[in-house]
Design a protein around this ligand. Structure first.
Ligand SMILES: N[C@@H](CCC(=O)N[C@@H](CS)C(=O)NCC(=O)O)C(=O)O
Length: 199
C-alpha cells in the first residue's frame, strides 16, 4: 500500500508510526499540499495528507480512518477493544489531533494570509485551544495503557512536529509529555525514524 504525505506532517507521522507498530509496510510517496497536485486532489478532494492507496486502488483518508484500518488489518494492534480502554485511547488521540489542528491553523494564518489580512484575535483563539489541549494531554498522560497504541502515535507525532514548528513549547508547557516523548523515541528508534522531519 502507498501513503501519500509530507515528511513534516504530524498526521502523516502518526500513520507511519501506526503502520510500524502493526508490522504493515507502506510505500511513502511525497505530496505537495501548498499547491496540491492533480494526483493529491484526485486521491483526496480536501487536498490534505495523509491518503492511503490500498492494494485494490481505494483511497482512504483521514489519519484516524487509516489508523483504524491498520488496526483491523493487524488484529487490533493499535486500538484496545475493551470499552473503557477504547474510549480513553481514542479520546486521547482526538485531543492530540485537536492540538495539531489548532496549531496548523495558526501556521496557515502566517503561511497563506498576507500580513495586513491576518486576524490576531483569531490566531490567539486557536493558540488558546492548542494550549488547553496540551495541558489536557499532560493531565491525562497517566491514563494511557502500557501497550503502545494509536494514542501514543498521535502524541509522539504531535511532539515531534512541535519540535520542528514550535520549538521549546512542549518542554515549557507540558514537561511530563516532553519527558514521556523523549523516553518513547529512545525506546522505539524504529518509530523515531518516521517522526516529523524536514525533507
Ligand atoms: N483530519 C486530517 C487532518 C490532515 C491535515 O490537516 N493535513 C495537513 C498536513 S499536516 C494538510 O494536508 N494540509 C493541507 C491543507 O489543509 O490544505 C487527518 O487526520 O488526516
Amino acid at each position: 500500500m502507498r501513503l501519500l504525505g509530507t515528511s513534516a506532517s504530524p498526521f502523516v507521522a502518526k500513520v507511519r508510526m501506526a503502520a510500524v507498530l502493526c508490522g504493515i509496510e507502506l510505500e511513502f510517496v511525497s505530496a505537495e499540499t501548498m499547491e496540491p497536485s492533480d494526483t493529491l486532489l484526485s486521491a483526496n478532494p480536501l487536498g490534505k495528507v495523509p491518503v492511503l492507496t490500498t492494494e485494490t486502488g481505494d483511497q482512504v483518508f483521514d489519519s484516524s480512518v487509516i489508523c483504524e484500518m491498520l488496526d483491523r488489518m493487524s488484529g487490533n494492534q493499535l486500538i484496545p477493544q475493551t470499552l473503557d480502554a477504547f474510549t480513553r485511547t481514542r479520546t486521547f488521540e482526538a485531543a492530540a489531533s485537536g492540538v495539531k489542528d489548532a496549531l496548523i491553523l495558526c501556521l496557515y494564518e502566517e503561511r497563506f494570509r498576507p500580513e495586513d489580512k491576518r486576524h490576531a484575535a483569531w490566531t490567539e483563539r486557536q493558540m488558546a485551544k492548542a494550549e488547553r489541549g496540551l495541558a489536557w494531554l499532560e493531565a491525562h498522560l497517566d491514563d494511557l495503557n502500557e501497550d503502545p497504541s494509536v494514542a501514543y502515535c498521535a502524541l509522539a507525532a504531535l511532539v515531534g512536529w512541535m519540535d520542528l514548528r514550535f520549538a521549546g513549547k512542549v518542554a515549557s508547557q507540558a514537561p511530563k509529555v516532553r519527558a514521556w516523548t523523549d523516553a518513547f523515541f529512545a525506546a522505539h528508534p524504529e518509530l523515531a525514524a518516521v517522526k516529523p522531519h524536514l525533507a
